[in-house]
Design a protein around this ligand. Structure first.
Ligand code: TYM
Length: 327
């Protein structure tokens, strides 16, 4: 059976980009593949975190993933720091990736330009992400477009390790959605929608109320020529709305454009479709939030399942490297 692995950071609130770029496919994939999904709290440590907030947001994110539709009976849902093999293989991956490769990561350049404190971990982050993926003999990694370069690096380090030390890791492949791989900021449609966006008005949060979603989409930046057409370079704002509408209604952006001649109806329909798609998730989240103990129990079961797979892969890698086993 195909093995799927993906992760999401417990920083900020889940937004529409996360949902359309990744989470909806996680829900689909769990039924067709042997899937593992991880709340990557160690990745969050690349920037300083408030301890109380980190613990809460890790739990909230797990509840959000359950609300979106992950079924812990079907897939494995766990928290990265509860499976210590991630940190251990990450060191091995840091020694397998080159300084040049890590220096070419565009996300490091973007984030380090903005950060006041640039940790060593922010630089070596893609090695930890490679470890996450390789620990589970992963075939496919469903992600948004912004993670493309990181998954490429995971492939490169897996191939390098295999050729130096013998067959050890499965070489993974990223997968992207047909619509929604790169959801853009509604106020600045040339930047991706993100948790750390300058303007909250440009980001639709999964838990935004219907009225807030409607307002944000109504005020989305478009352009002056009043023509509805999917053309990312010439019409980034309109194209972003078409991607969103397509993604939430299961169509390509071009298909979603059919029948529209004005921006008003396009915005109204996009808002209505997003509200309709998110409403059941929001309702389920409210139920789950009332019972944090149950979520923690489910995460414990997930961590135990993940550890079984991860420890076998790590043992294989250590053996091939020539690390002396404990007697
Ligand atoms: P993170 O937490 O930033 O985002 C989680 C997922 O959401 C996708 N995404 C988007 N997709 C479309 N449009 C957007 N505007 C948008 N913003 C975010 C991301 O591509 C991602 O799929 N490094 C990863 C987490 C990670 C991981 C892994 C992923 C750690 N280890 C192993 C896969 C496999 C990250 O920071 O994602």
């Amino acid at each position: 059976m195909t093995r799927v692995f993906s992760g999401i950071q417990p920083t900020g609130n889940v937004h529409l980009g996360n949902v359309l770029g990744a989470l909806l496919r996680w829900v689909d994939d769990q039924h067709t593949a042997d899937s593992l999904y991880c709340v990557v709290d160690l990745h969050a440590l690349t920037i300083p975190q408030d301890p109380v907030e980190l613990r809460e947001s890790t739990l909230r994110l797990a509840q959000t993933l359950l609300a979106v539709g992950l079924d812990p009976e079907v897939c494995t849902l766990f928290v990265q720091s509860q499976v210590h093999e991630h940190a251990e293989l990450a060191w091995i991956m840091q020694c397998t990736a080159s300084y040049g490769e890590l220096s070419r990561m565009t996300q490091f350049k973007d984030k380090s330009d903005k950060a006041g404190f640039v940790s060593g971990g922010l630089f070596t982050y893609p090695a930890l992400m490679a470890a996450d993926i390789l620990l589970y003999d992963t075939d496919l990694v469903p992600v948004g477009d912004d993670q493309r370069q990181h998954v490429e690096l995971a492939r490169d380090v897996a191939e390098r390790f295999n050729s130096r030390y013998g067959d050890t890791f499965v070489v993974p492949k990223a997968t992207f959605p047909t619509a929604g791989a790169r959801v853009m900021d509604l106020q600045d449609p040339t930047s991706k929608m993100s948790k750390s966006a300058d303007s909250a008005a440009g980001t639709i949060l999964l838990l935004d109320e219907p009225k807030v979603i409607e307002k944000k989409i109504k005020r989305a930046v478009t352009d002056m020529d009043a023509e509805v057409r999917y053309d990312v370079a010439a019409k980034p704002g309109v194209s972003n709305l078409l991607s969103i509408l397509g993604a939430v209604t299961g169509r390509t952006p071009e298909e979603a454009a059919v029948g529209y001649t004005q921006y008003g109806p396009l915005k109204a329909d996009t808002a209505a479709a997003v509200v309709e798609r998110l409403a059941p998730i929001q309702a389920r989240y409210a139920e789950l939030a009332a019972d944090p103990g149950e979520t923690q129990r489910l995460l414990g079961v997930g961590a135990a399942k993940a550890t079984e797979l991860a420890s076998a892969t790590l043992a294989r890698a250590k053996d091939h490297l020539g690390l002396l086993p404990r007697a």
